[in-house]
Design a protein around this ligand. Structure first.
Ligand code: CP
Length: 302
């Protein structure tokens, strides 16, 4: 099938092809404007989203197509008890491809067994977020390069799906990956196992200062409050693992600071005006990268 469920599916060649196409789009968006005039993208978002949903919608419109949106759980027939599988099977009849975000880990894999049109996982609980990874890789390639990379990934490594997908994808490249988190939010054992299986160069830290001066990229993440079974556990670590100008003093001058956003308080606003700040550019890269992915996918099916 043509589904994109996890970043583990993406080889280095797959990634290079999509990022190269995204760079072509960035250089000359008008050349891609009418490529998929009849294409309809189905948006199924069972969880809140600003960037992923709106950049997919922008991407399909910039390719000449359009999107149909299930709306929220409250405004759709999910509210009447319709199952996820039935919802997806209905909307695949309206669309050429589907984008799914859902709070349950494994939801996209399950739906992929029911639908024939390509399904893009836009986040399944604490599982994966492979299209975020593609725009993350594009941003890294543009700012720091993907070869000889030393990256620090900090914050909620347990529940952060963007982290799980990015860590897998970076095993395709010659990257030293440093994971910085409190003990309670370390990478899940399954992800750590997969990384070690690939022979990836991985280290774990509890303090950013141990590794900050060596980093080319610092990827900061939000503590995923909505995934904590116990609010007290969240409160115990809320506010830690953030950065401000003082924290960044020992960093290289050309450090690239990224964040999938939304941020809460992990990056002080004073960092926004520095050359380190790359997170809004990163969010904007969602459009050319998702255009490239949709363009390739729809072309393959013609
Ligand atoms: N980065 C990201 O997935 O953002 P949204 O939740 O706003 O889509």
């Amino acid at each position: 099938d043509d589904h994109l469920i996890t970043a583990k599916q993406l080889s280095r060649e797959d990634v290079d092809a999509i990022l190269d196409r995204a760079a072509e789009i960035d250089a000359d968006p008008a050349a891609f404007a009418d490529r998929h005039a009849d294409a309809i993208l189905g948006l199924l978002f069972f969880e809140p989203s600003t960037r992923t949903k709106m950049s997919f919608e922008t991407a399909i419109k910039r390719l000449g197509g359009d999107a149909v949106d299930m709306g929220t759980v409250e405004s759709s027939s999910v509210k009447k008890g319709e199952s996820l599988a039935d919802t997806a099977r209905v909307i695949e009849g309206y669309a050429d491809a589907l984008v799914l975000r859902h709070p349950s880990q494994g939801a996209a894999k399950m739906v992929g067994e029911f639908v024939d049109v390509p399904l893009l996982n836009a986040g399944d609980g604490a599982g994966h977020h492979p299209t975020q990874t593609l725009l993350d890789l594009y941003t890294i390639r543009e700012n720091a390069g993907l070869d000889d990379l030393t990256i620090g990934i900090m914050g909620d490594l347990k529940y952060g799906r963007t982290v799980h997908s990015l860590a897998h994808a970076l095993t395709n490249f010659d990257a030293d990956q440093h994971f910085i988190s409190p003990e309670s939010l370390k990478l899940p054992r399954s992800v750590r196992y997969d990384l070690h299986e690939t022979g990836a160069n991985v280290r774990e830290h509890t303090e950013l200062e141990e590794i900050l001066p060596a980093l080319d990229v610092l990827y900061v993440t939000r503590i995923q409050r909505e995934r904590f079974p116990d609010e007290n556990e969240y409160q115990a670590i809320a506010g830690e693992y953030g950065i401000d100008l003082e924290t960044l003093e020992p960093a290289k001058d050309d450090l690239t600071v990224m964040h999938p956003l939304p941020r809460v308080d992990e990056i002080a606003p004073e960092v926004d005006d520095t050359d380190y700040a790359t997170y809004f550019e990163q969010a904007h890269n969602g459009v050319p990268v998702r255009m490239a992915l949709l363009d390739q996918m729809l072309e393959d099916r013609q």
